[in-house]
Structures are given as C-alpha cells and as structure tokens.
Design a protein around this ligand. Structure first.
Ligand code: NAD
Ligand code: G6P
Ligand code: MN
Length: 441
C-alpha cells in the first residue's frame, strides 16, 4: 500500500495531539511515511512538537516526524495538508466574542459579527498556506477545517478557484453520532440527506442501509431533550456551554418541526436568549483557554519533562477519524459519502449556483461530487439566502477593502438589530483587528 506524506498546518493547535494520535491509530487504513507540523508561532508549536516527537518515537518509530516554521520545509514533498489554523489565536477569539456582547449582540467564534471578524483574519492566513502548498507540492490536497469555514470556502471559491482545497466541518459528524445513540445504531450504519450552509443547515433524512427512515423517531427525542444524550460522545463537546447548545436544539425544532436542525442555528433564531445567557466577561474562549488549551499544553510539558509519553494525558480524538475517511477517499478513490462545503451548482435546486453550501457529496480521487438535494422550502431558503449574502459581502469587502460592504454584511446578519448597532460593532472590531485585517475605506 502507498504511504503518504502529511503536513499539519496549525501544528500548535489544541487539536493537534488528538488528531496525530487518531492518525497513528488509523495507520492501517491510511499509511504514513512522513508527518510534519507547520505553524507560524515557533514557541507554541515547539511544546506540542517536542512532546509528539517523544510519543511517536515510542509508538511509531518507523514514521519520520518533525516540526518547522519554514514553509518550504513544511510543504515540500507532501501528499496531504490537514489545515486547522486560527488566525489571531485565542486572544483574538476572545475579542470576537466579547466586543459584540458589549453591544448586546451575539459574540461567537463563527456566527454573527465575531465570525465575520474571524473571517476577515482567516482569509489572509488561508491564502498564505494554500499558496505555499501550490508552490512546493502542486499535487497536494488540503483538507481544511480552519474556521470560519463558510467564509474561508467562499474566499477560496473566488480567489483560488482551482486550488485543491476541500472544506469540511465536524459538527454534522458529531451530531450524527448523537442521533445514532438516540436510535441505538452506529453512525456508519446511517446515511443522511442534508442541506444548508456551514453551521447553518438541516437533516431531511436519516436512514439505515436497509432504507428505514428514523427522522420522526429522532425528532420525538429532540423535541424533549435536544441532542443531549446520556453517553459521552466526544471530549470536545461536553463542556457546560456545549451541553446547553445540544439542549437548545429542542427550541430549534419547535420553530421548524419539519427537519432536524444544526445546533448553530440557535445564534440566528434565538439571539436574544443567547445574549441574555452569555457572560460578557467569561465567554467560550475563556472556557477553552482554562480547559482544553491548558490541559493539552500541560500534558505536553509533562511528556517533555518525563522524557516519555507513557501514561500521558494526551487523548486520542477518535471522533476526528472523518479526516482519515476523507484522506482515504481521495487517496484510494473510495467514493465515501460525506457532508462537504462545496459550490452549489444545482445541488440545491432553488438556490444560487455560486453559493458555497453544505450537502452530502461523493468523494474520490478527483475530489467531491455533490448529490442533488432537490428544492428546499421558503423558510430555510430565505434564511440561507440572507446568511450566504452576508458571507459573500465579507469576501467582497476583504478583496475591495470596502468599509461599506462590511457594514452591509454586519447589518444583514440576522444576529444584528440595526445598521446603527452594526456600525458601532464594526468600528470596535476594526480597532481590535488592525494588525490582521486589510485596510478598509
Ligand atoms: P489554536 O489557536 O489552538 O491553534 C491554531 C494554530 O494555528 C496556532 O498554533 C496558531 O499559531 C496557528 N496559526 C495561525 N495562523 C497561522 C498561519 N497563517 N500559518 C500557520 N499557522 C498559523 O486553535 P484551535 O482551537 O486548536 O483551533 C484550530 C482551528 O480549527 C480553528 O480554526 C478552529 O475554528 C478549527 N476547528 C474547526 C472545526 C471544524 O469542524 N471545521 C472543528 C474544530 C476546530
Ligand atoms: C465544532 C464546530 C467547529 C468549531 C468547534 C468549536 O466542532 O464544528 O467549527 O470550531 O465546534 O469548539 P470549541 O470547543 O473551540 O468551542
Ligand atoms: Mn465547524
């Protein structure tokens, strides 16, 4: 079997150890000859890089492993780039969340003004790594899950239309796992139909391989409990704030009982509730900095100190195995069916061709082929049209350096009540992001 050479961009990510361990566990399905971490923050990455080199020496000595901040070294001779960068790191995520809240508006990583601010930073970082990849390994595929994926995907569509970049999100994967628990099945036994945008969509069917439809059964459960299940699903989404998110799906189903909702819709459909239940002095960024980030970096320092990864506190992120499924689909032409963020081109019949949508796709060596989801109802269509236009305006504002278009984007976002509030939030975000955003006029 062919062995692959992989670079992880955003090597200093809190998700890197979990994903590396997941890839080690899946070596029989996706053999690797070389693994390199790449980051633009040398100190941050070195902590995880050192710890992982100890772990890999012990658990997979045949695998060539290194970490670097040199793009040429990182991107030369690679088959795959797994990308999870966070432009501005947690310091800026905290601002994305807290600045809008000061104005009484949703403060969230990927939704509303926080997501727009993050998008304006991410486009630059993403273009940078895509260009390195194309320069040093023109045949390499990028599997991107850097956020905000919707804006990143639209920016790629416009600015790098021929780049071999596939955008994917783990939220539908995690939620399907919860659904499978509700009906006592395994996620791999289920096949779904779904339409929407990233962090903005609905399941229209959840069937087993024999064709039995479980949508109603799952809805009955969600109407009572949301997606909250008793069994632990993954380590990432068990914190108190995430449990609240899973529960809130109950209210998303109440307003639109036809389909099963993506949990992120709560920021658009219940923004007043979300703002009222947010603490403007302690947001998700603080929860993660005190939780996952501290845990991962403490575990790494312990490994370095002890000189061994035996009994370490690095935990495998088994739910991230969809990344291996995606890499395998391309490497071995498996025609795996996965939800991907792709250019619509008719997949949703009554939605613009040039919108980046999230739908089931068949993935093979040539990339992704979206599956037709037919026509969608008015309510969902109108919500999606509003949101996709926000995302397009952000990318246009970025390219043209247009203050006006970014103001329009914020004003159009369902999370913001008026053009006046949009302007106030925008002016604060510009000030906070002056080291990252293109200049706007
Ligand atoms: P993190 O801040 O811990 O890690 C991100 C790393 O990227 C940092 O070490 C940072 O220095 C690095 N980085 C930033 N800009 C870079 C650039 N231009 N080149 C190279 N490296 C760069 O963040 P995290 O919480 O671990 O999340 C990482 C990313 O993964 C985020 O974008 C997050 O939103 C995303 N994510 C996506 C999904 C999904 O479903 N799509 C799921 C989980 C996380
Ligand atoms: C889900 C989403 C990601 C998002 C993450 C945030 O997995 O699909 O896009 O980045 O949640 O998780 P966090 O634990 O950082 O709040
Ligand atoms: Mn996501």
């Amino acid at each position: 079997m062919k062995k692959f050479s992989v670079v992880i961009a955003g090597g200093g990510s809190t998700f890197t150890p979990g994903i590396v361990m997941m890839m080690l566990e899946n070596r029989d399905r996706f053999p690797m000859r070389e693994l390199v971490l790449y980051d633009n923050d040398k100190e941050r990455q070195a902590v995880l890089g050192e710890a992982l080199s100890i772990l890999i020496k012990e658990q997979a000595p045949e695998l060539k492993f290194s970490y670097t901040t040199n793009p040429e070294v990182a991107f030369t001779n690679r088959d795959f780039c797994m990308a999870h960068i966070r432009a501005g790191q947690y310091n800026m995520r905290e601002k994305d969340e807290k600045i809008p809240l000061r104005h009484g508006v949703i403060g969230q990583e990927t939704c509303g003004p926080g997501g727009i601010a993050y998008g304006m930073r991410s486009i630059t970082g993403m273009l940078e790594i895509i260009d390195y990849m194309e320069k040093y390994s023109p045949n390499c595929w990028m599997l991107n899950y850097s956020n905000p994926a919707a804006i990143v995907a639209e920016a790629c569509r416009v600015l790098r239309p021929n780049a071999k970049v596939l955008n994917i999100c783990d939220m539908p994967v995690g939620t399907l796992r919860r659904m499978s628990q509700i009906i006592n099945k395994q996620p791999q036994d289920l096949e779904v139909r779904y339409f929407g945008l990233n962090h903005f969509g609905w399941w229209t069917s959840v069937k087993d391989k024999e064709g039995h439809e479980y949508l109603d059964e799952i809805k009955d459960y969600v109407a009572e409990n949301g997606y909250l299940t008793q069994v632990e699903v993954d380590t990432q989404h068990m914190d108190p704030s995430w449990q609240e998110t899973h529960k809130k799906a109950k209210d998303l189903l109440a307003i639109n009982p036809r389909y099963l909702p993506n949990t992120y819709l709560k920021y658009y459909l219940y923004p007043d509730y979300e703002v009222a239940h947010s603490n403007p002095d302690f947001t998700r960024a603080n929860e993660v900095m005190e939780g996952r980030e501290k845990q991962v970096f403490t575990a790494a320092r312990e490994i370095i100190e002890k000189g061994t990864a035996e009994n370490s506190n690095f935990h495998i992120d088994s739910h991230a195995s969809f990344i291996v499924d995606l890499a395998r689909a391309i490497a071995f032409n498996t025609h795996e069916r996965m939800l991907m963020i792709v250019e619509n081109n008719g997949a949703i019949a009554n939605f613009p061709d040039d919108a980046m949508v999230e739908v089931p796709c068949i993935v093979g060596s040539d990339g992704v082929e979206p599956l037709a989801q037919g026509k969608i109802p008015n309510f969902e269509q109108a919500l999606m049209y509003q949101q996709v236009t926000v995302e397009k305006l952000v990318v246009e504002a970025y390219i043209e350096g247009s203050y006006q278009k970014l103001w329009q984007a914020l004003t159009l976002s369902k999370t913001i009540p008026s053009a006046k509030v949009a302007k106030d939030v925008l002016d604060d975000l510009i000030e906070a992001n002056k080291d990252y955003w293109p200049e706007l006029s």
